[in-house]
Design a protein around this ligand. Structure first.
Ligand code: NDP
Length: 245
């Protein structure tokens, strides 16, 4: 059995790629790796690239755009050693009102999008014999939520990806873990009606939403050498909301 050298895995200056890293949780994650001394690239679709980050334009629903984005990142930073599949959308509505497009759009971005980037990144990781894959799921993936049949299905699917990937590539020094945030203050939760926010708050043992930084620090840690023997895990960052799920 071959052991990887832990010091290689955690040394600053790793090539990190975060999908949807231009805002919200993805941006906080990108900045956390940047503060660690890593070389950080983000995918974005529009707007400005935040300072210090290499922005590569890509929509995670397009294999071609992702391939071009990876080629750009590899040329600038080397093969991706840490991949954070963060890009995600919601199309919330109750089952009877949910169209098939509402369902498939969310799956295509949140689940198939993660598959596309992981598949592309895995080639370099296998060659390097090391890698960290972190999938941003959600408490609702395992806990469920009314109005989120599409979203929770996509987020539960990420657990299957991480666990099968762990069994497929675990012996190559590659780990794959799922982070399951609860309610985090970003554009995504800003869209919630005030009474919905209040009712969610009442169910969170911590009694508050979290900041994107609180998720980012856990992502950075699970991608560190210290977490080298953790793989296929679902790590909640939810103030106790999903306990036991
Ligand atoms: P935001 O809505 O603030 O940001 C979403 C990000 O995903 C943006 O960067 C967006 O890019 C990107 N994105 C969406 N669709 C695509 C696509 N097709 N291709 C490429 N990029 C895309 O969301 P959050 O920061 O709140 O969420 C980040 C992740 O965390 C998501 O996966 C979400 O499901 C998850 N999450 C969030 C929680 C929360 O409470 N906020 C709780 C649990 C999980 P663009 O700017 O171009 O639209």
């Amino acid at each position: 059995m071959q052991a990887t050298n832990p010091s290689d895995e955690d040394k600053p200056g790793r090539s990190v790629l975060v999908t949807g890293g231009n805002r919200g949780i993805g941006l906080a994650i990108a900045n956390a790796f940047l503060a660690n001394g890593d070389k950080v690239a983000i995918t974005y679709r529009s707007g400005e690239v935040p300072e210090g980050l290499l922005g590569v334009k890509a929509d995670v629903t397009s294999e071609e755009q992702l391939d071009a984005a990876f080629t750009e990142v590899e040329a600038a930073h080397g093969p991706v050693e840490v991949l954070v599949a963060n890009a995600g959308i919601t199309r919330d509505t109750l089952l009877l009102r949910m169209s098939e497009t509402d369902f498939t759009d969310v799956i295509d971005t949140n689940l198939t999008g993660a598959f596309r980037v992981i598949k592309r990144a895995s080639k370099g990781m296998i060659r390097l014999r090391r890698g960290r894959v972190v999938l941003i799921s959600s408490v609702t993936g395992l806990y469920g939520a009314p109005g989120q049949i599409n979203y929770s299905a996509s987020k539960a699917g990420l657990v299957g990806i991480a666990r099968s990937l762990t069994r497929e590539l675990g012996s190559r020094g590659i780990t794959a873990n799922v982070i399951a945030p609860g309610f985090i203050d970003t554009d995504m939760t800003a869209e919630l009606p005030e009474d919905t926010r209040k009712s969610y708050l009442a169910t969170i043992p911590a009694g508050r939403f979290a900041s994107p930084d609180e998720v980012a620090k856990v992502v950075r840690w699970v991608a560190s050498e210290e977490a080298g023997y953790i793989s296929g895990a679902v790590i909640p960052v939810d103030g106790g909301l999903g306990m036991g799920h």
